[in-house]
Design a protein around this ligand. Structure first.
Ligand code: AMP
Length: 438
């Protein structure tokens, strides 16, 4: 049989297999894309967002990572673009990090594989030349980070006058990264009449204000805002700072550990730990903000392709990044905020698979534990490994409240909006904390 005939046979067979997405009456090319990617049934955020998005409504999605929100906004967006031909770019998706922008664009391209729609990613850290050349091919969808989008607008090589749909993904993370002023400038370059979809795992006051300004009568979908992913078995390990490295080795060499993301507090600690693990014979790679874009891409590609099974990262990798089959998230250092904890542990237990999250807690992290348990509304189980109890000497002598954190459980220097409110004491605490971990 000739290949063309075989393909016709295969595609007519595939189109008879029923798929839970058919009920949305999406364009047939998208149904083929959905089959190609292997989705059988829509997840909850998709069940709610797709009909509202197709009907042209604004959407506010309060959803943690791993819930399927990319397809939830991409499918109605693509479906609307396929209905009529209009000048491009017609859709703009803003995301906080380059890794997330790449991931969103990859999923959109897979879903749109059987259409002629083009998607372009634009972000900083790489030359603008290729991005400007690609813009000349009139991609319908731009996925980008706010800084570079603004830069291209300023250079007058990107025009957003025809944008029909705007998606803000991980809006709370964009706020944390200080992108809100850039986003507001980008909004001013777009037509006022457009569809807006805003997704955020948490709803700080600033994002609520942005949502109020941006969204008109939105369809609101809230998926258990601050609950840890149900498929993640998470626990705290009380350990002295000096024993963290040995405990990490113990967990990484356990039978159940296939691949792990290890989070550290600083870029320096991520780089140093990745080097130490590699020297000790692990297939480890670092991912932190002082690496070049090419190095970051290489690290992510290597981790996705399983050339490395340990990614040692700062919070740059805490959100949005979707790598299937990460069995463990290990918080070598506790995150800056309780919210960041939810994001970090959401890197495992993805796509309804089970995952394990281990957090190393030293004596000075007790304030963070209290704040995080308060936010989750439940205690996080304590796990014990004999020989890894905290050093008595490491506990603060007096039970001072924040133990190196402010009342929200944020570490000094952690980029919290509260930073500076009690700068004297936090400055002092920061120095003593640094001394402690030096
Ligand atoms: P997201 O929250 O968009 O990062 O999606 C998390 C992961 O779930 C990604 O790997 C998606 O490809 C996958 N996914 C999304 N929707 C579905 C679905 N309906 N069925 C199976 N996998 C899905």
């Amino acid at each position: 049989m000739r290949t063309a005939e075989k393909n016709i046979l295969i595609s007519s067979f595939v189109s008879t297999v029923s798929n839970g997405f058919e009920r949305f009456e999406l364009h047939p090319a998208l149904i083929r894309g959905i089959r190609g990617i292997g989705f059988e049934n829509p997840w909850r955020i998709q069940q709610e967002t797709i009909p509202a998005g197709r009907a042209g409504r604004d959407v506010l999605g309060l959803a943690q990572t791993g819930t399927g929100k990319t397809a939830a906004f991409a499918l109605p967006l693509l479906d609307r673009l396929l209905k009529v031909r209009r000048p491009a770019p017609r859709a703009l998706v803003l995301a906080p990090t380059r890794e997330l922008a790449n991931q969103i664009a990859a999923e959109i391209r897979t879903l749109a594989k059987f259409t002629r729609l083009k998607t372009l990613t634009v972000y900083g850290g790489v030359s603008t030349r290729n991005q400007i050349n690609s813009l000349r091919r009139h991609p319908e969808i731009i996925v980008g980070c706010p800084g570079r989008v603004l830069d291209l607008l300023g250079q007058r090589v990107l025009h957003l006058g025809y944008v029909e749909t705007l998606v803000l993904d991980e809006a709370d993370h964009m706020f944390d990264m200080g992108f809100l002023p850039d986003i507001r400038k980008i909004l001013a370059a777009m037509p006022e009449r457009r569809q807006n979809l805003l997704f955020s795992a948490t709803m700080p006051r600033e994002i609520r204000r942005l949502a109020d300004d941006l969204l008109t009568d939105p369809h609101v979908i809230e998926l258990a805002g601050t609950a840890p992913v149900a498929t993640v078995d998470h626990g705290l390990y009380m350990v002295g700072e000096g024993r963290k490295r040995v405990l990490l080795e113990h967990l990484l060499t356990g039978d159940d550990c296939d691949s792990a993301i290890v989070f550290t507090r600083t870029k320096y600690r991520a780089r140093r730990l990745a080097n130490q693990l590699s020297r000790d014979g692990h297939r480890a790679v670092g991912l932190q903000g002082s690496m070049s874009q090419a190095q970051r891409d290489r690290a992510m590609r290597g981790f996705r392709a399983r050339r490395f099974n340990i990614l040692v990262a700062t919070d740059i990798a805490a959100r949005g990044i979707d790598v299937s089959g990460v069995s463990h998230v290990i918080n070598f250092d506790v995150p800056n905020t309780p919210e960041a904890y939810i994001h970090r542990i959401g890197r495992t237990g993805r796509a309804e698979r089970e995952g394990i999250a281990c957090t190393f807690v030293t004596g000075i992290d007790r304030g963070w534990v209290q704040a995080t348990e308060r936010m989750i509304g439940a205690p996080i189980p304590r796990r014990k490994v004999v020989g890894f109890e905290p050093d008595v000497a490491e506990r603060p002598r007096r039970p001072r409240r924040p133990y190196g954190h402010n009342a929200r459980g944020m570490r000094p220097g952690g980029g919290s909006p509260n930073r500076g409110r009690n700068s004297n004491s936090s400055g002092r605490r920061r120095r003593s904390y640094r001394k402690r971990i030096a």
